[in-house]
Design a protein around this ligand. Structure first.
Ligand code: TA6
Length: 261
C-alpha cells in the first residue's frame, strides 16, 4: 500500500498470481492518481453529479492518508488509514474517512464516511478496483443478468439499459450497473474465478478502455488493456449518499479467488 491515496497496489494470495492489476507505466508522484490497484474515489465519481467537479474521481485518491493501525493474525494482515477534513476548499463539510483493508486468503476493504459537521452532506464514492485477468477478450462477468445499467462510453446511448445474460467485453466498456449481488470474473486464460462481494454499495462500475482509448492513456503500457477489468464498488449518481450530522456510511467489498476446474 501507499499512504498516498491509501492506495492498495497488490494482493497476491498464496497459490495464485497477483489479483490486482497495476500498470507498468503508472505515475507514482503525488500529482497524479496511481493507475491500478484500488483507487479511492471520493467525494465524487468521475466529474461529479454536476459534471464539472475536479479533480476527476475526487481528491481522496490524491491525498496523503494517515496510517493509524496495522495488525496481523495467523492468516491475515490489516491496515487502517484515516483522512480528516482534507481539501475542504473542494468539499465544504467536515468529515472523517476511515479505510480498513485486510490481506489474507481473502481480501477485504471497507470505507467508512462519518459526517463530523453540523449540516447534512451528500457524496458519491467508489472503490475503483482493477482486477488482473489473463485476457479480457475471454472473460465473462457473471451476476449482472437483468441489472439496469447506464452506458458512459461517449457516443453510446446513456440508457437506462437492461443487461441480458452475462457481461462480455468486446469494445470500450464503461457501465454503471445498479446491482447489489456478487459478481464473478471468470477468467479462462488466467484459470481462475474472482468473486467480488459488496456491502453498502448500490452500483457496480465495469470498465475496460479497450484498444483505442488505451492507446490515448500515457500511464497504460501497450496492450496492458487486455489484462485488466475494473469491477468497482460504488454509490454514484442517483445512489449518491446523504449523511446527517454525526451519522456514518459504510461501503466495502471482499475478493475471493478460486481455480477454474
Ligand atoms: O470508472 C470508470 C471511469 O470513470 C472511466 O470513465 C475512466 O475515466 C476510468 O474511470 C479511469 O479514470 P481515471 O481518472 O483514473 O483515468
Amino acid at each position: 500500500m501507499y499512504h498516498h491515496g491509501a492506495h492498495v497496489i497488490d494482493w497476491t494470495p498464496r497459490g495464485f498470481d497477483p489479483v490486482l492489476w497495476m500498470s507498468e507505466k503508472t505515475y507514482l508522484d503525488s500529482e497524479f492518481a496511481i493507475r491500478g490497484g484500488i483507487p479511492i474515489c471520493w467525494p465524487w465519481f468521475g466529474a461529479g453529479r454536476d459534471g464539472v467537479s475536479s479533480p476527476l474521481h475526487g481528491f481522496a485518491r490524491l491525498a496523503e492518508w494517515r496510517l493509524v493501525r496495522s495488525h496481523h493474525t495467523d492468516d491475515a494482515v490489516g491496515a487502517t488509514y484515516i483522512l480528516i477534513d482534507s481539501n475542504l476548499d473542494k468539499f465544504d463539510s467536515p468529515y472523517r474517512l476511515t479505510y480498513h483493508v485486510s490481506f489474507g486468503t481473502e481480501f477485504s476493504a471497507t470505507l467508512t464516511v462519518r459526517n463530523t459537521g453540523s449540516r447534512r452532506f451528500t457524496f458519491e464514492g467508489a472503490l475503483h478496483t482493477y482486477l488482473r485477468v489473463g485476457d479480457i477478450r475471454e472473460v465473462t462477468l457473471v451476476g449482472l443478468d437483468q441489472a439496469v445499467y447506464l452506458d458512459r462510453v461517449s457516443g453510446h446511448e446513456l440508457g437506462p439499459h437492461r443487461q441480458e445474460g452475462d457481461v462480455t467485453i468486446t469494445d470500450e466498456t464503461d457501465r454503471i450497473y445498479h446491482s447489489l449481488g456478487d459478481i464473478d470474473v471468470v477468467d479462462p486464460r488466467g484459470g481462475r474465478r474472482i468473486t467480488v462481494s459488496r456491502t453498502g454499495s448500490q452500483d457496480a462500475v465495469i470498465w475496460n478502455p479497450w484498444m483505442e482509448k488505451a492507446a490515448t492513456m500515457p500511464d497504460l503500457g501497450a496492450d496492458e488493456w487486455t489484462q485488466m477489468v475494473c469491477v468497482e464498488t460504488a454509490n454514484v449518481a442517483e445512489h449518491a449518499v446523504t449523511l446527517a450530522p454525526g451519522k456514518e456510511h459504510v461501503m466495502g467489498f471482499t475478493l475471493k479467488v478460486s481455480t477454474l476446474s
